[in-house]
Design a protein around this ligand. Sequence first.
Ligand SMILES: [Zn+2]
Length: 106
Amino acid sequence: MVKIECNFCNGKCIKNGFQINGSQRYKCTICRKGQQKEYYYNACKTSTNKNIIIFTKEGLGIRSTARILKISTTTLLKRIVTIAKNIHQPIISKGKTYEKNLSRYP
Ligand SMILES: [Zn+2]
């Protein structure tokens, strides 16, 4: 089991319902601030996912990104969807072309 510590005071966090997207929410028992599990997983995410985010922000296309990372476009698209679901802060959505491109893709 993953130990959940508060982002703000390092206190112990307890489960506190779910996000709209279904991810577990946590609440600090000390400072009562809400937390999300995904924050803690950011460090464990593969470098591939980080590269996908970087390349997407740079405006690289799906096929170019897939070729550089040596993964299939299918895998890449699945990853992008997973990454997008896990993003709570608008890392990519700043450049709104990302969502448009994604929805346009067959
Ligand atoms: Zn706290």
